[in-house]
Design a protein around this ligand. Structure first.
Ligand code: AHM
Ligand code: MG
Length: 299
């Protein structure tokens, strides 16, 4: 049995980064416990005018509180906050980007949701995805599973009965599978996305889409294929966010041999313009990403 700490101690990560990753990963325990108390909608809106489930607010406040008190981070960019939260007196020299509770519309129907985290060195949270030093997500399904990269490949860990993360799988490679899933209303898809989805169907693809990015990506990581949230007619940047969602998940995908694109360029090379920078997202197996890019370039 290898614990999360033992794994981190076997990597080239510096000690403060190991401590920060552990601190964040174990917040899965209070977040999971809070689901029971926070099922109802909070009646407040986030900066995008979306209704916040009580859990969104709870997880956001909880993580900001814990990270702020830890003194380990200089900045937090959260999907639930309009502005980057700064901790100028922190001793630690990292910044965190996060979607505290991704897939929150699924909480009330008890489907799997998650927490997405990216960690940058230094106090600037608005950096390209390729500059991440670590990325992780916690998936709250039947098991609580942590998927982690510190730039040395991708590992998964499961929380055991004692509340300790134990290694499930290391050096995960994303296979060339045939799963595909896509967000957005079909009648709002641009023609190029429509064509790509038809191609997936012609190639014998199998549709899988729950509405939780973390859960939908996790099965792509394991089985291979592609997750898409496209540009929409009248909404060319789509729905999902570069900083909180695309970059950490894309960094994990790339570390597992996959890739992420907006259809034309590697999203990990895109400089975020603002915290809530939105982008179309295609993430998955390398050949599927090549295929989507060739479809979109040929137009
Ligand atoms: P959230 O971060 O507010 O939960 O929104 C992001 C979610 C993703 O998890 C998911 O892939 C997508 O939005 C689902 O959107 P849709 O319901 O339009 O398919
Ligand atoms: Mg989200």
């Amino acid at each position: 049995m290898t614990t999360l700490r033992q794994y981190l101690d076997s990597t080239a990560c510096e000690e403060p980064l190991r401590d920060l990753i552990e601190l964040i990963a174990y917040q899965a325990i209070p977040i999971r416990e809070a689901f029971i108390e926070n099922q109802s909608y909070a009646g407040t809106e986030n900066v995008y005018g979306e209704e916040q489930a009580a859990m969104d607010t709870w997880a956001d406040q909880h993580l900001i509180g814990v990270l702020g008190e830890s003194g380990m981070v200089k900045a937090i960019a959260s999907e639930e906050q309009e502005d980057i939260v700064l901790f100028p007196d922190a001793m630690g020299d990292y910044s965190v980007v996060m979607d505290p509770l991704d897939g929150s519309s699924l909480i009330q129907v008890n489907l799997a949701v998650g927490t997405i985290i990216g960690i940058y060195p230094g106090g600037n949270a608005l950096k390209k995805g390729e500059e991440l030093t670590a990325a992780l997500y916690m998936l709250y399904g039947p098991l609580t599973v942590l998927t982690l990269t510190v730039g040395e490949g991708v590992c998964t860990f499961a929380l055991n009965k004692e509340g300790i993360y134990v290694l499930m799988e290391k050096d995960i490679r994303m296979p060339e599978g045939k799963l595909y899933g896509t967000g957005g209303l079909k009648n709002e898809w641009p023609q190029e996305h429509m064509d790509f989805i038809s191609l997936c169907e012609q190639l014998g693809g199998k549709i899988r889409y729950s509405g939780s990015f973390v859960a939908d990506f996790h099965q792509i990581l394991k089985y291979g294929g592609i997750y898409c949230y496209p540009a929409l007619n009248g909404k060319p940047t789509g729905k999902l966010r570069l900083v909180y969602e695309a970059n950490p998940i894309g960094f994990i995908a790339a570390q597992a041999g996959g890739a992420i694109t907006d259809g034309r360029r590697n999203l990990l090379e895109v400089q975020p313009e603002k915290p809530d920078h939105r982008t179309p997202i295609y993430v998955g197996s390398r050949r599927m990403i090549d295929l989507v890019q060739s479809c979109m370039k040929s137009l």
